[in-house]
Design a protein around this ligand. Structure first.
Ligand code: SF4
Length: 520
């Protein structure tokens, strides 16, 4: 998308209202929906950019305590990678485009996240956190202006009134006398600062709370929560009546499941360097649990059902297994149970299809954790899915013990599983398997191929290096029969190709003719 064009357009007037007037403040309360005309591409792109920011807040909130230095550092690092990066700058001047992006993207995600209680809660939490973060970065004048614009313009109490209640103010906030004297206090109805009351941070008298200026954000967030909560409920009721042409609604509905990380469609720099014989060794070394489970089931049963073949096959494609090597890999294992003709007839089409050589020739994307966790739960006899989400807890703990992980790590993983934080559990699993690696050294796991790449990067000590067998080492050493971990050497990625940018698009559809080739 050409954002320079959008930037130019942003300076025009619409309906006689200049954008500078429409967006008079860098922060918005999102009272009025946008009335712009935007392309479908802009629609999707704006939504994905905001989604990246909200997911960054969510991830950082799970990894660190909100408000701490580490938390803020991680959030800022992630926001800088998005088109919302300039919100972190204090010297914003030419930011009409940013305000428009902020406005439109908020309303698109409101549509996407109004559809269930769980989605609404998540969206509300991240939006509140985003406003809190942004409000705190504003100057005192700018904050005051924003509060005034939104009718939250409380007046500070008089010096006389403050003098009368200074001991109580000090006792409530734990401040010393001089701080209490210099601090401005606002008298607000207690229902507007329930969170401050629950933390015993304010003095209460006759139904009013005395709030120091630095805590006024609490009032802002209370109002924003009520406003957004109500707006989400209204949008949810209106959504079924939305008359549109089948293009927008599916996109909106898919947004909440959208993976916004790196596109692992094909690790082109590895293609040709990862061979079928290396998969066994790599599975022990660098595969996440979901893929280890699929690999082990296939080795044991010489077969995988369709869901498993799709999840595993696309993952292998993503790590760099070429079509020819993939064919060799699947054939070798499956023909231990069936003959070659039957394999060609029943399975080779499926493999070629994943590589875009059959059917509609789409370049299918390896599944993200989100897709694995949220869709197509495994049934009886299936081994696909995410073990952290889909495995019985006792069985999962048993599997972790079988991997010789420390009890401390197993406990941490199981705690995250119990809390429903499957990505965090997987990240802890990664740390448990890679001794000496600290949490800040890696990104939270949100894609099986990311797990693999991070692992390879750490094992080789350089992210631009990939594994391949030592030259002249017989391939049989890496065969599926091999039990030991073979030596390997570092091969620099000579191309140094940068990682592909986030596409934000995950293909989920399958051809009808592919479905005909399914087996059980
Ligand atoms: Fe696989 Fe993702 Fe689950 Fe880890 S969190 S096991 S990578 S699906």
């Amino acid at each position: 998308m050409d954002f320079s064009e959008a930037k130019t357009r942003s300076k025009r007037t619409r309906k006689g209202v200049k954008l500078e007037q429409q967006y008079s403040h860098p922060l918005q309360f999102f009272h009025t929906p946008p009335t712009d005309t935007i392309s479908l591409q802009e629609f999707e792109e704006y939504a994905v950019e905001r989604l990246k920011v909200l997911k960054a807040l969510d991830t950082a909130g799970v990894r660190h305590i909100r408000g701490t230095e580490k938390y803020t550092e991680l959030v800022e690092k992630e926001i800088k990678k998005t088109k919302f990066g300039p919100i972190l700058r204090t010297d914003r001047r030419e930011d009409e485009f940013l305000r428009r992006l902020d406005h439109i993207s908020h309303f698109i995600l409101r549509l996407a996240y109004c559809r269930s209680e769980e989605l609404r809660r998540w969206f509300l939490q991240q939006e509140l956190e985003l406003l809190r973060l942004r409000f705190q970065r504003e100057t005192p004048e700018s904050r005051q202006e924003f509060l005034r614009e939104n009718n939250l313009n409380y007046s500070p109490i008089s010096d006389e009134e403050k003098r009368d209640i200074t001991p109580e103010l000090i006792a409530a906030a734990g401040r010393n006398t001089s701080q209490a004297h210099t601090q401005e206090y606002f008298k607000v109805p207690f229902v507007e600062v329930l969170d401050l009351i629950s933390k015993r941070k304010v003095f209460l008298k006759e139904g009013f709370a005395y709030v120091p200026r630095e805590d006024m954000i609490s009032i802002l967030l209370t109002h924003y929560r009520a406003h957004l909560s109500h707006s989400l409920a209204v949008t949810c009721r209106a959504l079924p009546h939305l008359e549109e042409d089948d293009r927008l609604l599916p996109m909106v509905c898919g947004l909440s499941k959208r993976y916004v990380g790196q596109d692992y469609t094909s690790k082109k720099t590895n293609v040709g360097q990862i061979t079928a014989d290396m998969v066994e060794m790599l599975s022990k070394q660098s595969f996440p649990m979901c893929m280890q489970q699929l690999h082990e089931s296939m080795r044991r049963d010489h077969h995988l059902r369709h869901g498993g073949r799709q999840q595993y096959g696309l993952f292998l494609k993503g790590i760099g297994l070429s079509l020819e090597e993939a064919m060799t890999f699947w054939r070798k294992e499956f023909t231990k149970l069936i003959d070659g003709d039957k394999f060609d007839k029943n399975y080779s089409y499926n493999i070629r299809h994943n590589y875009g050589k059959e059917g509609k020739r789409a370049n299918y994307t390896p599944y993200s954790c989100m897709k694995i966790i949220m869709s197509n739960a495994p049934g009886q006899g299936d081994f696909h899915g995410c073990p952290f989400k889909h495995c019985d807890e006792a069985l999962l703990a048993q599997k972790l013990r079988a991997q010789n992980l420390s009890k401390d790590y197993i406990d941490k993983i199981m705690n995250e599983v119990k809390g429903g934080h499957y990505g965090v559990a997987c990240t802890k699993h990664f740390l448990a398997r890679h001794t000496g690696v600290e949490e800040q050294d890696i990104n939270s796991i949100n894609h099986p191929n990311q797990y693999f790449e991070e692992s390879q990067r750490i094992l080789r000590g350089d992210k631009r290096e990939v594994l391949r067998p030592v030259p002249n080492t017989p391939r049989s050493q890496y065969s599926s029969q091999s039990q030991g971990t073979p030596k390997s050497e570092k091969i620099p990625d000579s191309q140094g190709t940068p990682r592909s940018q986030m596409s934000g698009i995950e293909e989920m559809e399958e051809d009808d003719d592919l479905m005909m080739s399914l087996d059980c």
